[in-house]
Design a protein around this ligand. Structure first.
Ligand SMILES: [Zn+2]
Length: 299
């Protein structure tokens, strides 16, 4: 049984999720959320009937703060933190991770994400591609799924996949969109990762932003891939006419807002999307892809 926990990030519902899978050997946590929502996570875990110290296994899709920020607190209580080998050193020594986030978020950093303490190597478990971890009755398979981040893992358990961010963002009845923050966006890798999940053909797909996908999973993944390609092409076209990133961000924001209004989304859902997936991030992530990965000359 999977419990979807709403971390109520910045007071908003359905923005960031964590998941508890109940097993014979106790609760297994997928995603830890940012440390700023740890208190909410603790309360919700207690409502399900467990204490934080009952959580001995924490699977992290990738090391961004909205997914891994609170992992250290579980490690402090003795949990194993399972993570991509390329992400592991950053959880052991989060200084660099923190530093690059400060450049993006500035003074808002701590309010948004809380603090991040180093996790001892004894608590960090690297997962190889297709590696299986048997926990009670569940076999948890790690799928290395780059595209959103080089250190991204989606987890396959029976007919379920916990898709992290590579499986997209879909909130309420809103559209399916790809979250594209810098610095690792890689369109070709992302499309291959989507293919990999499609081939598994899971019945249930869980998104960190947010929850269980309502559409048929294949439809969801097809829309995600199309939108990803569309966003990437859109940004490339803008780069041809504008050398100022703030103009591209504004015009991207109007493009998606128009799309959302056509979808008859209410303002609250639009705000949740902006929290999970801000436009300035998507534009800078995609510009970085075009310039660094594809060698497009710009600006
Ligand atoms: Zn995320």
């Amino acid at each position: 049984m999977v419990h979807i926990i709403d971390l109520k990030f910045q007071g908003s519902t359905e923005s960031i999720a964590a998941f508890i899978l109940e097993s014979d050997i106790g609760p297994i946590l997928f995603e830890a959320g940012p440390y700023s929502t740890f208190h909410t996570l603790k309360i919700e875990i207690e409502k399900i009937g467990y204490a934080i110290s009952d959580i001995k296994h924490v699977f992290i899709s990738h090391i961004h703060f909205d997914h891994a920020g609170a992992a250290w607190k579980f490690a402090e209580h003795g949990a194993n933190i399972y993570v991509h080998p390329a992400g592991l050193p950053h959880l052991n020594n989060p200084e660099k991770l923190w530093g690059s986030a400060v450049r993006i978020y500035g003074a808002a950093m701590e309010k948004l994400w809380g603090v991040m303490e180093p996790i001892s190597l004894d608590n960090l478990v690297p997962l190889m591609h297709l590696e299986n971890i048997q926990l009670g009755e569940f076999e948890i398979k790690a799928l290395h799924t780059p595209g959103h981040a080089i250190h991204h893992i989606a987890f396959s358990v029976n007919d379920m996949v916990f898709g992290g961010d590579v499986a997209g963002v879909c909130i309420g009845d809103g559209p399916v969109v790809p979250p594209c923050p810098p610095p690792d966006i890689h369109i070709e890798d992302w499309c291959s990762s989507i293919e990999l999940i499609k081939k598994l053909n899971p019945k249930f797909l869980y998104l960190t932003h947010f929850g269980l996908v309502k559409k048929p999973v294949q439809d969801h993944l097809n829309i995600l891939e199309n939108t990803l390609l569309k966003y990437a092409e859109w940004v490339l076209k803008e780069m041809e006419t504008h050398s100022d990133i703030s103009i591209i961000i504004d015009s991207f924001q109007s493009m998606v807002e128009k799309l959302w209004l056509e979808n008859k989304m209410d303002e609250q859902i639009i705000m949740r999307y902006s929290l999970a997936n801000p436009s300035f991030m998507t534009v800078s992530g995609l510009i970085r892809y075009w310039t660094k990965v594809k060698g497009v000359k710009w600006n």
